[in-house]
Design a protein around this ligand. Sequence first.
Ligand code: AMP
Ligand code: MG
Length: 358
Amino acid sequence: MKTIIIKDLEQFDQATRIIREGGLVAAPTETVYGLCANALNETAVGNIFKAKGRPNDNPLIVHIADLDMLYKLVTEVSPIAQKLIERFWPGPLTLIFKAKSIVPRAVTAGLDTVAVRFPSHPLMQKLIKDSGLPIAAPSANTSGKPSPTNMQRVFEDMDGKIDCIIDGDSSEIGVESTIVDTTGDIATVLRPGGITYEMLEEVLGKIAIDPAITNTLKEGQKPKAPGMKYTHYSPNADVFIIKNSSAYFDVAHHNMFGDLDNLREHLTTLVNEAHEHNKKVGILATDETKHLFDADLVLSAGTESDLQTISAHLFEVLRSFDDNGIDIVYSLAFPKKGLGVAIMNRLEKSAGYHFITI
Ligand code: AMP
Ligand code: MG
């Protein structure tokens, strides 16, 4: 299949036509690039799973561009959902509702609920509005890899497998949407993302957090977001997260990573050990700490004073280590506050929950 690339608005109608005709289009959103198909076309949705190599018991998020579309897909919008919609849509928040039967099984993976998001990105909104269709879209990467946050990474994974890529800017948030289940008495976060716990609490007061996020699932317990059981966001390199037991979150004291001398010493030892085994080593650091470390490749994800710079670059940095043939990545651990929760959730998964505590 020849994948066409759309670089300006004059060609945009081609993308709209492809969606209407049941094809696949990758498009930029504020979270990550999405792999889009008509959500009401079972065959088109099936092709998303094929292009990504995605397990088909992992349901998709349906993207809308007005609330009329929402009412066509769901049976009920609870007061909890209404409050969240008013405050956070359009934006990086996905809500779970009871689904109407119009939503194909391929989208819900057989659940009686459907995940819906109203994205803020103008090109994604245009694709939905111009086609007049709700659009099912997971991230536009090969299943298991770090999500693409720019057009080049989509091209690497999807060239020849999909009809079209819309070339836009790099994703602003860089991690996937926050998912909140609104079907129960209390809003339950199923995946942390761009809308933080603090922001949700400000609107709702109390929220619940699914045990799969905090890694406290008991044996036999299933995550409520089926996708959470799969390997995710993994570069080819083995990732390890360095936890410094002396760290505490206090931006004012610049002690995000604890005693930096201690951290540097331990990392030097780890790098030397890896070199003895002929492994190429990368370190994932910040603008503020990058100069402290020595390895085959030291990359900063962003500045500690603005965690959004780090979420925006995280996946790109993980892919850059692979570009450079790095075998082992040691990553600093970010504080689990605000956007740090989503950053660490993705990083922990990309590391397969491998930690080194110093
Ligand atoms: P992705 O598209 O890869 O960012 O993943 C979408 C996430 O939404 C996955 O973790 C899914 O399991 C989750 N999801 C989609 N639909 C539902 C649903 N009806 N109930 C719970 N989780 C869902
Ligand atoms: Mg994904």
